[in-house]
Design a protein around this ligand. Structure first.
Ligand SMILES: [Mn+2]
Length: 431
């Protein structure tokens, strides 16, 4: 396996931090043991939890106003995969990459070969009918007024065919799921028939479901607004659930943490979707106002923890669902590699904290109506500094105790900046 990080960088870095890390891990282990928890078992669980990196996240994102590219941005999917391998080498939380078609379109055999060489695999595929593809002879029609729900059946056909093509590429590279997010909606009351548009979406999605290979799933991703500002066709989790139930056993709901109204109780949505056996996966990110696509856990780590609290609480019911964990962020002012390493760690942190909750005790307190102590015991798990568990999971897997510092010591960004001259208008965006 080839690694874009020079051999020895991680070893030297870990050697310099080893004594302090071991003391911290030992100390945390003693505290956890007093609560009946085994630190080594927790490290094993954390190590098994992984989250896919979005290929589009390795480039600098942008807003409606501007994009400020950083040095050494990947110029295509193969350089994006190199960056994903760096994220995995140091953070050890993200062995899979989620591709976006057509941005990442390439010979599937070459994609597979490169990913194999880097020790990466592919998670859910993402189709794109929220923008036009003037260079693609198979997509001459515009998605300006929608795609899968468009009033014109020819546009709907084209959008379905694009999704089927995305599935075929995914099939060739070992993916097993398709995520569908559409920008369809309307900007004015009266512009679109709310019912007929949804009917047309369902009919199009049925054709996509029919094209799914054995063992594949399709995830429908809802979003309340943007780019449409009056209504969107798949606006909320209720609509997404309705679609998944109508589309059958291969269809599931994807929860992007930024796609809700402000103050929405996302953890309750997660609990409901688990109960309905329709939770397909996540796009992790954080936000303060809308679909801000900020780094996971950077604004409201407690909310992320509460989502994981529901996932851990679900236990075996969740094992059956095997939700896909993916990051979906836009990095505007940071080095995307650093943001993605940190986000993987923050997501694992929320998981590790949720594992600390004494579930039997919590249920007892809930049933007794002890609101204060129930809240306190839940919060106690969130307050625990689990960093030594995360660092130990990385170290045992060959990663870095402090991956951001190790990344900076590696000189990777400066090296690729010399190899990758800046290009104008590289593919990427905010999904
Ligand atoms: Mn998303």
């Amino acid at each position: 396996m080839t690694s874009p990080i020079e051999a020895g960088v991680i070893e030297r870095h870990n050697a310099s931090l080893r004594a302090d890390h071991e003391a911290d891990f030992h100390s945390l282990g003693e505290r956890l043991a007093r609560r009946g928890l085994d630190a080594d078992a927790l490290v094993d669980k954390v190590a098994r939890f992984t989250v896919a990196v979005p290929s589009w996240g390795t480039g600098t994102g942008g807003t409606r106003f501007a994009r400020f590219p950083g040095p050494g941005e990947p110029r295509g999917i193969f350089e994006k995969l190199d960056d994903c391998a760096v994220i995995q080498a140091l953070g050890r939380a993200s062995p899979a990459v989620s591709l976006h078609i057509p941005w990442d379109k390439a010979d599937p055999a070459e994609l597979k070969e490169r990913a194999d060489a880097l020790g990466l695999r592919f998670d859910a595929m993402n189709s794109n009918t929220f923008q036009d593809h003037p260079g693609d002879p198979n997509q001459p029609l515009s998605y300006k007024f929608g795609s899968l729900s468009h009033a014109d059946p020819a546009v709907r056909d084209q959008a379905v065919r694009h999704n089927v093509e995305t599935i075929r590429i995914g099939e060739a590279i070992g993916s097993r799921a398709l995520t569908v997010w559409i920008g369809d909606g309307s900007n004015f009351a009266g512009q679109s028939d709310l019912s007929r548009a949804f009917d047309r979406y369902i009919e199009s999605m049925k054709r996509i479901v029919e094209a799914l290979p054995e063992g594949w799933r399709v995830f429908s991703e809802h979003k309340m607004y943007e780019p449409a500002f009056y209504s969107t066709v798949v606006s909320d989790w209720g609509t997404s659930l309705m679609a998944a139930q109508e589309l059958g056993t291969k269809a599931f709901c994807l929860v992007d943490l930024g796609h809700h109204a402000p103050n929405t109780n996302i953890e309750q949505i997660v609990a409901r979707l688990i109960r309905a056996e329709k939770l397909g996966g996540f796009h992790f990110n954080d936000s303060r106002y809308g679909d801000d696509d900020l780094d996971a856990g950077s604004i409201d780590p407690f909310r992320l923890f509460l989502v994981f609290n529901e996932l851990v609480e679900a236990g075996e019911r969740l094992d059956r669902l095997e939700p896909a964990h993916m990051i979906d962020q836009s990095h505007n002012v940071t080095d995307p590699i650093e943001s993605l390493i940190r986000s993987g760690a923050e997501i694992r942190r929320a998981y590790a904290q949720a594992l600390l909750v004494d579930r039997a005790e919590l249920r007892g307190l809930q049933d007794e109506g002890d609101a204060l102590l129930a809240s306190d015991r839940l919060k106690a798990a969130f307050r625990t500094d689990v960093e030594p568990l995360l660092a130990e999971a990385r170290r045992r897997a060959g990663g870095a105790i402090d991956p951001i510092r190790a990344y900076r010591a590696s000189g990777y960004r400066a090296r690729v900046a010399a190899e990758r001259p800046a290009v104008a208008g590289s593919g990427g965006g905010i999904v």
